[in-house]
Write a protein that binds this ligand. Structure first.
Ligand code: GAL
Length: 377
């Protein structure tokens, strides 16, 4: 009898171990979102990429506790069939932070808001992210770039820096392209300019060394040109910088957007030939009222459309902060707002707030839904 019992229990246990989690049919914003293995999805501040029939979700892998505010693992990747978007398969760690303390992406750095795009010319997948060097808080304000041959990685770190050092933004007028009478910059202690300070002062301060790059997204236009949109100038002003045809470098063509509006968490999408923007205000991990805007040209002028959130918790964007807008595959004109409900004391438990973008008087709006299905869009 003896050998049979363990064998029996193994047989009973096996199907349980191998069984995938139950197929989910609805997205439940704010609730635990399990991947196919039954683990809460760990891809915060994420970005999504449609590639060969699947959508690939890249985000910050968080560890428990306040340590989750730094990067100890890297960028986690998941994928779902393009017509599903509720059930996600764990594809592992796409970009690992380094054990080498001298690396730009040493364990304990801050690596946020990764976004991956595919470059048809080089056949490579290119990941951009916001990088803060280990032990320096948020002072470094740099971008990072990594590349891979396969969508799920492994990604190899390429480079990190500030944006376009020594190059004038195209919307700085010719007569102001001089440091000789640059306005004096004071250190900003809050998300506001001190009385009398010129709103371009931080821009001039950083001109020689390169522009700060914090919260960010990458947007690829219909013509294949890619853009890096990032919170710059001590978060006071967003900037948009064109990428070269390998998507791994800035071309030097860039502009300042929403001067002095302290916007973060930028997300861009295109509909009916117009460019649409959703972002947040600047209150750290705490949610605030989202912002939205529209433009005929990606370079602007951008017209602000106000807070797109509707309903009871609109003032806090349903307790979330934007990270990406996903065009629904095979459903032109349909978009999903993807956002984070941060838990800075235990970031691994931060939740995802995904809501369909609806339209009201020609403006994008975000109504709360307890549960909804992408298949119904
Ligand atoms: C948020 C930003 C997050 C993170 C956080 C740190 O405003 O969107 O990505 O940087 O601040 O406080």
């Amino acid at each position: 009898m003896r050998p049979i019992l363990p064998l029996l229990s193994l047989l009973v246990a096996l199907p349980v171990l191998a069984a995938p989690g139950p197929r989910q049919t609805q997205i439940r914003p704010g609730e635990l979102w399990e991947d196919a293995n039954g683990n809460h999805i760990n891809a915060h501040g994420g970005g999504l990429l449609l590639h060969e029939g699947r959508v690939w979700w890249f985000g910050e892998h968080k560890v428990p506790g306040t340590a989750g505010n730094q990067a100890w693992v890297g960028v986690h990747c998941y994928s779902s069939p393009a017509d599903d978007l509720v059930n996600w398969r764990d594809e592992g760690i796409a970009l690992r932070v380094s054990d080498d303390p001298k690396s730009y992406i040493a364990k304990g750095c801050i690596l946020e808001r990764p976004k991956v795009v595919y470059n048809a010319k080089t056949g490579k997948f290119v990941m951009w992210f916001h990088l803060e060097l280990k032990g320096q808080g948020y002072a470094a304000a740099r971008y990072g770039v990594a590349v891979a041959d396969r969508v799920e990685g492994p990604y190899t770190f390429l480079r990190s820096g500030r944006v376009n050092p020594g190059v004038w933004a195209q919307n700085i007028p010719a007569e102001k392209r001089t440091l000789a009478d640059a306005p004096a910059a004071k250190r900003l202690s809050s998300s506001a300019f001190p009385e009398g300070m010129d709103k371009a002062a931080i821009y001039y301060r950083d001109f020689a060394g390169g522009q700060m790059a914090r919260d960010m997204t990458i947007f690829v236009d219909d013509d294949g040109v890619a853009y890096h949109i990032y919170a710059s100038e001590d978060n006071g002003t967003l900037q948009i910088a064109e990428l070269d045809d390998t998507y791994t470098r800035h071309t030097g063509r860039y502009a300042r957007l929403f001067e002095g509006r302290f916007m973060e968490a930028p997300a861009l999408f295109k509909k009916d030939g117009k460019y649409w923007f959703i972002g947040s205000g600047c209150t750290g991990w705490a949610p605030n009222a989202a912002r939205s805007a529209v433009a005929d040209s990606i370079w602007g002028p951008w017209t602000e459309l106000g807070n797109p959130a509707r309903g009871e918790n609109a003032g806090k964007t349903h307790f979330s902060q934007s990270t990406y807008v996903l065009p629904v595959p095979a459903k032109p004109g349909r978009f999903i707002f993807c956002a984070d409900r941060w838990n800075p004391k235990n970031q691994i438990d931060s939740r995802y707030i995904w809501l369909p973008i609806e339209w009201e008087d020609g403006k994008p709006v975000l109504n709360w839904k307890d549960a909804w299905s992408p298949a119904d869009l």
